[in-house]
Design a protein around this ligand. Structure first.
Ligand SMILES: *Cc1c(COP(=O)(O)O)cnc(C)c1O
Length: 412
């Protein structure tokens, strides 16, 4: 080592350590986080960052929301895990709240988003056989190109991303893909064996893609006409992220099935749910499906409180108003690196020209300037802060992005 070499930091040591013991299935931004409070995160050296990523929209309530931490703490001292081998008095009030907010009738609680998607797939197939009368093992589910619904073996089977599937076969059959936002292709793909059309109402991991206005409403009509369930994966778009409580409310429809996760856990616990009608969910029988941790008292209490806070503190309205503000500010940035800015609510994609620089470089430059985000594919910088963020903090993020873009530009 030469005398001028910088000394290793705690963070560098930690990153080297982690790379020895943790499978490299992510490529994290090189910052080692230690503490969070509201919209702020702190690294090992005590540097402070504005969180514009919210753990892929799971932290809408901000980090360590004091009321959620209190509920967590109180319930942790009372009763945490029972499994659903027994009733627990915490569960039904939580599920009732989800029904009241969504306009649907019943809930099957789960833990992670992918599990709730798996639950939706099982529910749709069972409905196909037992209600629609599809011959056994013939049910088809139509999905959208560029979909993202999680990482289980079945879910990746209908992904259009090669990287998600490579050497993970053999894959699950029974899925068909149509272009996102294409009504004609959907109608052509429907057969008497189609039990469901399952989509994100706005595609998140694909880069915050918003379908044409009116499309979802027509999809609803098409599904009704052909007796096909419309299942919306709102794991990321739900609970205020896009400026409505649910993204389907932008189109004034109600789906037959709704998948929730991420923000449902208040940024504290993994909590997910498949929400639907009695007609669909009453087809599950004891023994047909389950999960040891799903619907546990600790999750039920935290989830209920997360929903109550979201309503009381007007997260939906904040997302709509602050999202418009942020999008307008970003559109005025006029950087040659930016090709477009799009989004809905506090869920915004800044598209970077791939001929100029990878979005990753912009995210790393942002980190240097005290703002955390993560690229989606190679071209999108995603801005999805906690919904509790304040206008001045958004101004800080826009200024940091402006400077980060200049930093990247100066190195071209
Ligand atoms: C994140 C996500 C999932 C998967 O959730 P996990 O909790 O990571 O399993 C499913 N669907 C959508 C739309 C998502 O954004």
């Amino acid at each position: 080592m030469t005398a001028s070499a910088p000394s290793r930091t705690d963070s560098q040591d930690y990153m080297a350590f982690e790379s020895q013991v943790c499978a490299p299935n992510y490529l994290p931004i090189p910052v080692v986080l230690e503490r969070g409070e509201g919209v702020w995160l702190y690294d090992q050296e005590g540097r402070k960052y504005l969180d514009m990523m919210s753990a892929y929209s799971a932290v809408s309530h901000g980090h360590c929301h004091p009321e959620l931490v209190k509920v967590l703490h109180d319930q942790a001292q009372t009763l945490c895990i029972t499994s659903r081998a027994f009733y627990s008095s915490a569960l039904a009030p939580f599920l009732q709240k989800i029904c009241d907010m969504s306009g649907l009738e019943m809930v099957l609680p789960m833990n992670t988003g992918a599990e709730a998607v798996e639950t939706a797939i099982k529910a749709a197939r069972r409905w196909g056989y037992e209600v629609k009368g599809i011959p056994d093992n013939q049910a088809e589910i139509i999905v959208a190109h560029n979909n993202f619904h999680g990482r289980t073996t079945t879910i990746i089977s209908f992904s259009s991303e090669e990287e998600y599937k490579h050497h993970f076969g053999p894959l699950t059959t029974g899925f068909k893909e149509v272009p996102f936002g294409d009504l004609e292709a959907l109608e052509k793909a429907i057969t008497p064996n189609t039990c469901a059309f399952m989509i994100e109402p706005m595609q998140g991991e694909a880069g915050i893609l918003i379908p044409p206005v009116g499309w979802l409403k027509k999809v609803r009509e098409l599904c009704d006409k052909h007796n096909v369930l419309l299942i919306l994966d709102e794991v990321q778009t739900g609970l205020g992220r896009t400026g409505k409580l649910f993204a389907f409310q932008h189109e004034g429809i109600i789906p037959d099935g709704l998948i929730l996760g991420k923000a449902l856990g208040g940024g504290i616990l993994p909590i997910s749910a498949f929400v639907s009608t009695r007609e669909v969910l009453n087809l599950f029988r004891p023994g047909s499906h389950g999960s040891t941790f799903a619907g546990n008292p600790l999750s039920a209490k935290v989830g209920l409180k997360a929903l109550e806070i979201l309503e009381r503190d007007s997260y939906v309205q904040r997302s709509a108003e602050l999202g418009n503000y942020l999008q307008n500010e970003l559109k005025q940035l006029k950087s040659p690196l930016i090709t477009t800015v799009r989004g809905s609510g506090l869920w915004i994609a800044v598209e970077i020209d791939p001929k100029k620089a990878p979005a990753r470089d912009v995210c790393e430059a942002l980190m240097e300037r005290g703002v955390l985000s993560k690229e989606t594919h190679d071209t999108v910088v995603r801005l999805a802060p906690p919904l509790v963020i304040e206008k001045e903090q958004l101004d800080f993020s826009v200024q940091a992005l402006k400077e980060a873009l200049q930093d990247v530009e100066s190195k071209l």
